[in-house]
Design a protein around this ligand. Structure first.
Ligand code: ATP
Length: 331
């Protein structure tokens, strides 16, 4: 059967996430096994505009499955958001003879891919795009899981476990700011896994007295002398929360902002495995002529969704985990 694509591009875009390399590897190896050529585009859409590419063979992606970051580099490109910028990107696609592109990134990356594919179609150029969701924030509506989330959780947990040792020795309160941009998935999952005294997330309006002061008080009354407060970055500054704790409770918390350390590290088994399945499914989709798709996960299965519909989807925040946290931490 004739393949719907002959040569595809692959790029990583937006914030990096552990598992991106495993996804690149899966795309390249699947494409080659299907007789489809692969071209890596470096630095996301910026590279597509500037013709920054590298021909990828099966051996080009050896020994990267276990590495954080992305061998293709990643970037954001303001120029690509304009029709003129995308025209330059399309010129690169025409020059290289690309008839499909796999984009690995967040929903901004998918919006860009869709805009590119539509602009190509206006000129009678068929350019099929497929997106693979990758962000440690896990904030993409169409996919229950996004690459990098599990590794970022594990990294944050490891850091907090270490902090706990010293907080326990000094009988202190620790306020830890966890990444996630506007979303609290990472903070909630991490807070639950470290047995935090309190967790503040943007999805749930908080009452300082009820949600911070009272849990610390209850813990103290039951004999605990160190406390762990996890703050999602979307809630605001951990320093401000710590100042408030000091002012209202007379204790002197120590603040730790975990920051970009959460974006690096060896991808977990979940991230490697999901990336491999998603990369495989992305190429299968292109080979079958199914373009403008997002490869997502739903209920643990890898699914292939229409990109426009996927971009309009929202997912339910797991508030039930907050109930669990409350039940376990307020004693
Ligand atoms: P992250 O979740 O890590 O931020 P993202 O993919 O959402 O990842 P963005 O910076 O939003 O990151 O998008 C990546 C790139 O996609 C942008 O720099 C821009 O070039 C392109 N892009 C985003 N939105 C659009 C759009 N509406 N039209 C065209 N291109 C877009």
């Amino acid at each position: 059967m004739e393949k719907a694509v002959k040569r595809i591009g692959i790029l990583t875009s937006g914030g990096d996430a552990p598992g991106m390399n495993a996804a690149v590897r899966a795309v390249v190896r699947t494409a080659i096994s299907q007789g489809v050529e692969c071209v890596g585009i470096r630095r996301g859409y910026h590279g597509l505009i500037n013709g920054d590419f590298v021909k990828l063979e099966a051996s080009s992606v050896s020994h990267i499955i276990h590495k954080g970051g992305t061998m293709l580099y990643t970037a954001r490109s303001q120029e690509f958001t304009t029709p003129e910028g995308r025209e330059k990107a399309l010129a690169t696609c025409r020059l290289l003879g690309l008839d499909g592109i796999v984009t690995i990134g967040g929903d901004g990356t998918f919006r860009g891919a869709l805009a590119l594919s539509r602009q190509a179609a206006e000129h009678g150029h068929q350019l099929q795009v497929v997106g693979i969701p990758a962000t440690i924030d896990n904030d993409i509506g169409c996919s229950h899981y996004t690459l990098g989330f599990d590794t970022a959780c594990n990294t944050a947990i490891e850091c907090i476990d270490k902090l706990r040792d010293t907080m326990q020795s000094h009988e202190r309160c620790s306020v830890v700011e966890v990444m996630g941009r506007h979303a609290g998935y990472l903070a909630l999952c991490v807070g639950l896994a470290v047995g935090a005294t309190a967790v503040l997330i943007p999805e749930r309006e908080f009452d300082f007295e009820n949600d911070v002061v009272e849990p610390i008080r209850k813990a103290r009354l039951s004999g605990v002398t160190h406390f762990m407060v996890v703050v999602a970055e979307g809630v605001g500054s951990a320093v401000e929360i710590a100042d408030r704790i000091e002012k209202e409770m007379g204790i002197d918390p120590r603040v730790t902002v975990l920051g970009h350390i959460q974006r690096g590290g060896t991808p977990s088994s979940r991230d490697r495995e999901t990336a491999s399945r998603m990369g495989y499914a992305a190429v299968e989709s292109l080979v079958e002529g199914l373009g403008n798709r997002v490869i997502a996960t739903q209920e643990g299965s890898v699914v292939n969704l229409d990109m426009e519909e996927a971009l309009a989807m929202t997912k339910e925040f797991p508030y039930d985990r907050y109930d669990v946290l409350e039940a376990l931490s307020r004693h």
